[in-house]
Design a protein around this ligand. Structure first.
Ligand code: 2RA
Length: 354
């Protein structure tokens, strides 16, 4: 029969998108079990046109499960993915808990899908959304010109911080909406937001409305953030280039969903815009929107809700031979999270039914 799937974290921002994706895509699953914290157990969610009651996260919930997807915080995955494996499932984990474990493959099906078969711990990791947003495009270019250096700046959406991030962005936008005097004096937006929202919890370290915040993730050694280190470490692992030179600056912007990246990619061989465009157009999961004179370029608002990685602004870097500059947008909840996880799970489903 068809394999049984468990979706752990079904009620979160990524989980909700996952239920839509499971409903839209070719149905390779038998039973789909929805799992969340005890607080959300008993809720009824729709998947594949049917109502499904959410079950609490317990060891027994994994009995009979073939594939268990996890969209939960790192510490929950660290504890529960191995329990799912003990109960007989393969875990596909979208947290940071296992991504850099040498015994856990870090998989983007279009780039290194074959690595999903080698999973000594029974766990496969899904990359962080910021890395993932550019991987299909960079994988296609790397296959031909060999990537040697990557300098990126990200423009990350509020939903990267989950539903609390989205709620906070809209709460702040309500505070600033209609107040055209704001944004002219240092600190006035922060004061207006604090006056209305008090010390209400924000996942962001500064106001996001009328602002950009050059901090995403947690603070790490040397002044780097966790997001910036993930871009470096995960790009190296996925592309299989252990000595890839990477430098990233990760920035949060007042966008609901879809991360963007300004990418400065250097290759071992000379690359032209025309050849790069052809290679990107040939990549099935990449869409090229690149006709500046005609006003055609990628934006997050024009990308959100779709599956492809959208690239544009292709330029031969004027002062850097072998370097291509480009702008990349990808829905951080879809390809950046739920879609890639679903694609990995489908590779497993194909193995089980083969
Ligand atoms: C963010 N990449 O955008 C993170 C989510 N995993 O905050």
């Amino acid at each position: 029969g068809k394999p049984t799937l468990a979706v752990v974290g079904a009620t979160g921002a990524v989980g909700s998108v996952m239920l839509g994706i499971l409903t839209e895509r070719e149905d390779v699953w038998g039973e789909i079990r929805l799992v969340a914290s005890a607080r959300s157990a008993g809720k009824v969610l729709r998947v594949r046109g049917e109502d499904v009651v959410v079950q609490a996260l317990t060891p027994e919930v994994f009995d009979g499960v073939d594939v268990a997807m996890f969209d939960v915080p790192d510490e929950v995955s660290a504890e529960w993915a191995p329990i799912a494996v003990e109960r007989g499932a393969v875990a596909v984990d979208n947290s940071g808990a296992f991504r850099m474990d040498p015994d856990v493959p870090l998989v983007v099906p279009e780039v290194n899908g074959e690595q999903a078969r080698n999973r000594p711990k029974g766990i496969i990791s899904n990359p962080n959304c910021t890395t993932l947003t550019m991987m299909d495009a960079l994988g296609a270019l790397h296959a031909r010109w060999r990537l040697t250096e990557l300098v990126v700046a990200s423009y990350q959406a509020a939903s990267g911080a989950g539903q609390p991030g989205v709620d906070r962005l809209y709460d702040e936008l309500e505070v600033v909406a209609g107040n055209r005097g704001l944004g002219q004096r240092a600190g006035d937006v922060a004061e207006a937001v604090a006056a209305k929202l008090g010390d209400g919890p924000s996942p962001f370290p500064a106001p996001l409305a009328l602002n950009v915040v050059p901090v995403a993730g947690s603070v790490k050694d040397g002044g780097w953030t966790s997001e910036e280190l993930k871009v470096r470490n995960e790009s190296r692992k996925i592309l299989g280039i252990p000595d890839l030179r990477v430098s990233a600056t990760c920035v949060r912007v007042p966008v609901q969903t879809t991360h963007s990246l300004a990418v400065h990619a250097t290759f071992a061989e000379e690359i032209t815009v025309e050849e790069a465009r052809a290679a990107l157009e040939a990549a099935p999961s990449v869409e090229v929107l690149d006709d500046l004179a005609a006003g055609v370029f990628p934006t997050p608002a024009g990308t959100v809700g779709g599956d492809p990685t959208v690239v544009g602004r292709l330029r031969q870097a004027l002062d850097f031979p072998n370097t291509l500059d480009l702008f990349v947008c990808g829905d951080n909840l879809r390809k950046g999270a739920a879609l890639n996880t679903a694609q990995i799970a489908e590779l497993l489903a194909a193995e089980f039914t083969a």
